[in-house]
Design a binder for this molecule. Structure first.
Ligand code: UPG
Length: 330
């Protein structure tokens, strides 16, 4: 299939482009490179340097004969969304609306959307099922939920079928060590912890130790980015085979606290680094763990790389080879 991959030069997008090529599809990357660097867009893959809100997008989709869209492009930092909501409403909500409307105008029938566990907010019970109440505790999660609503309306009104994939915490890097996680600025726990191990930061700060969890720090479900990528390929193929619009969680069902991740990183890297205790970060729920039974049952998805030691080891391989991220040229 010929697919447009928005944000295809970013972290999860670039891993999915690799998985799409391996599965025999034809990805076309659209990315405005607004944050950070060009991740490896593989040779031979068409790269379009445009924004998702570009007014000529419908024409481009027609010209390129795009059959389906994978939509990764978004701002995705919980903390930032609580201090600068406008860029989240602009880029995520308005931008995605422009993209979805362009897709409708161009007759694109299949849409796979990067949603998030942040749509659930503080869950009543874990593991979280797709049927749980949706009460996002931060602006980022609210913007992603708004986009899910748009897709639901476009599906029921225009018949554009979609899969929304609610990721838990994407982490790790392709096993090759050639592509990995590089955000500017970096705010995610695992890359920050590994930068502390590399000596690029003086310490890692734990955001809050008074949460209602066993060690007082937040618990998250860390899923390997390559397992996320394989789920996108399955989701698009499911739609193409006539599957109905669906929402699926993507996680491992296992939760790790911030302190446990730090301890595991010390073990995997063999390096002891400084840890400081800080205040809670606004908008952080205490515990997010996925039930991914639905996608396993319906699409046969199986995470194969998401043991936390492997997630950290693969991320560490990338960090060691690219201490300055994509600024280090291979
Ligand atoms: O310097 C840091 C950075 C993070 N954390 C904590 O580590 C955990 C994980 O934080 P982070 O890596 O920033 O991820 P989340 O805030 O959990 O959000 C991620 O996970 C969401 C779904 O759970 C995704 O939707 C988001 O895009 C993604 O950023 C949280 O409890 C943070 O408070 C720290 O203690 N210190």
């Amino acid at each position: 299939m010929k697919l447009l991959v928005t944000g295809g030069a970013g972290y999860i997008g670039s891993h999915t482009v690799k998985a799409l090529l391996a599965a025999g599809h034809e990805p076309v990357v659209l990315d405005n490179l607004s944050r950070g660097h060009v991740a490896a867009v593989p040779a031979g893959v068409t790269f379009i340097n445009k924004d998702i809100a570009d007014p000529n997008l419908a024409e481009l989709l027609r010209e390129e004969q795009i059959e389906g869209i994978m939509h990764f492009a978004a701002h995705s930092q919980v903390g930032e969304s609580m201090v600068n909501p406008a860029i989240y409403y602009e880029n995520n909500v308005v931008g995605s609306f422009r993209l979805i409307e362009a897709a409708r105008q161009a007759g694109v029938r299949y849409f796979v959307f990067s949603s998030t566990a942040a749509v659930y907010g503080e869950p009543d019970e874990v593991p979280i099922k797709e049927t749980a109440d949706l009460h996002p505790t931060n602006v980022y999660g609210r913007t992603k939920l708004m986009i899910e609503h748009m897709l639901r309306d476009y599906s029921s009104i225009y018949g554009m079928r979609y899969v929304a994939l609610r990721y838990f915490n994407a982490a790790g890097a392709d096993h090759s060590g050639c592509i990995g996680e590089d955000h500017t600025p970096e705010t995610h726990l695992i890359p920050l912890v590994l930068q502390a191990a590399q000596g690029k930061r003086e310490s890692i700060t734990v955001f809050g130790t008074d949460y209602p969890t066993a060690d007082g720090t937040c618990i998250r479900d860390y899923i390997h980015v390559s397992d996320l990528a394989s789920a996108h390929v399955l989701a698009m193929e499911y739609l193409c085979d006539g599957g109905e619009s669906q929402v699926f969680n993507l996680g491992t069902g296992n939760g790790f606290s911030v302190k446990e991740i730090i301890d595991a990183a010390k073990k995997v890297t063999g390096i002891d680094f400084n840890v400081t205790i800080g205040e809670r970060r606004a908008g952080d729920p205490a515990k997010l763990i996925a039930s991914s039974d639905k996608i396993k049952d319906m699409l046969g998805w199986k995470p194969v790389a998401s043991e936390v030691e492997q997630v950290l080891a693969d991320a560490w391989r990338w960090h060691e080879a690219h201490p300055n991220g994509y600024d280090d040229k291979d």
